[in-house]
Write a new protein. Sequence first.
Length: 301
Amino acid sequence: MYSGLLLVLLPLMLGYCVPCRSTTILRLLNLAVARMVYLILFLMGISLAFVDNLVSHLGTIFSVSLVFLACISAANLVGLWCLDRRHNRLTGEPGAPLQSKWRLLLDSVWLCLVILGGVAIGQVLDPSWFAVDTLSEWALMLLLLLIGVQLRNSGMPLRQILLNPWGLSIAAVVLVSSWVGGIAGAVILDMPLQHGLAFSAGYGWYSLSGILISDQLGPVLGSAAFINDLARELFAIMLIPTLMRRFPSVAIGYGAATAMDFTLPVLQRSGGVAVVPVAIVSGFILSLAAPVFMLGFLSLG
């Protein structure tokens, strides 16, 4: 457990200690993070190709991902809807009309194609000399280091995070309701409860959940975790414009950790600048919580 936590938290904390005021460097950093995500998913595809009788495992991959997606999504939506019933706080004018939703969806399709490319390349590689697991670990550590720098320089001071009760409430509801959905999915699939909780702790961070669960439970379940979290992101893109005005907590919270990066432009266009601090706070907290809880639950198995 401790070595796994160190693998994830050390580079994240080291990155968080690095201040950066150069907008040029930050733009390059954002580009590097995007490229690292593609590399990690490509390596995950290669790892999946090394599984014996891969075709026979496809049913398992899709059934596990769909069950967890349904259970976790249902729990999140109910919990966030209850939060909106108590505190519907969105005020002001909506943002600009959403124009790039299909482009964002296309970006997600590209992520799937990158994994398929890794599977194709993996067919001609020899697992005995291509150390895909070691490469994946190093790539993940570099990604977390860069993400740590991003979090430090996101423009959101720690005091502002701690003083944003709406963002904190959304993060807390997503955290707990995801665990409820993960337990329900594990019961339906007759899996150990700690594995279901690990699936629920990805919070939309597909590159992290895919690699960590692949490392602990194998590439088949790792691929299911990736599909679960990627599909969550896709649904968030489609739901945000529809839900924002009446159910802002649902719109912000369903994207989970992606609320501070990938789905943030969609949130801003649909809800205006008022939702940006709330989205960044909730996404920030869930991004920090994901590796801790995921490795913690996996260590129980």
